[in-house]
Design a protein around this ligand. Structure first.
Ligand code: SF4
Ligand code: SF4
Length: 130
């Protein structure tokens, strides 16, 4: 099938999503102490060899954090990487615990919403998450 994607993801739309959650997103990314305490509460991290890329904080930083740092200016390859994190590495089970109160599922859910806005979706996505 012919690829009908524009040359780059729609930065304006991505920025509008980021702007709508700016305060909480900025706070979450700023206060994360990289302590790793959230890791053991994530069954995906525990059952997949405790690799860093499955740590909740890592997933947050490399999905919504990346979109935030790059101010929405990302390429399709980056969007595909974020998709992989937001769906394959997280099921939004809400079990990760952060002593500082960071809501990692909320941040990953936001990354999913941004992926959806760009039509970057996993093959199995039924579109029923928030
Ligand atoms: S999200 Fe919380 S528990 Fe996880 S590394 Fe950051 S501060 Fe530590
Ligand atoms: S919401 Fe995602 S990061 Fe948090 S425990 Fe569940 S799978 Fe892990």
């Amino acid at each position: 099938m012919k690829d009908i994607r524009p040359e780059t993801p729609d930065r304006k739309t991505i920025l509008s999503f980021l702007a709508g959650h700016k305060t909480r997103m900025k706070l979450s990314l700023t206060i994360c102490a990289h302590c790793g305490l959230c890791a053991e509460s994530c069954f995906i991290y525990v059952t997949r060899g405790r690799k860093p890329e499955y740590m909740p904080s890592h997933k947050m930083i490399h999905s919504i954090g990346k979109l935030y740092r790059k101010k929405g200016k990302v390429d399709w390859e980056t969007m595909e990487e974020i998709k992989d994190i937001a769906w394959r590495r997280c099921v939004l089970c809400m079990r990760c615990y952060c002593p500082l109160g960071i809501d990692i599922p909320e941040m990953i859910s936001l990354a999913r919403s941004i992926c959806r806005s760009q039509n970057v979706l996993p093959a199995f996505d039924g579109g029923d998450e928030t």
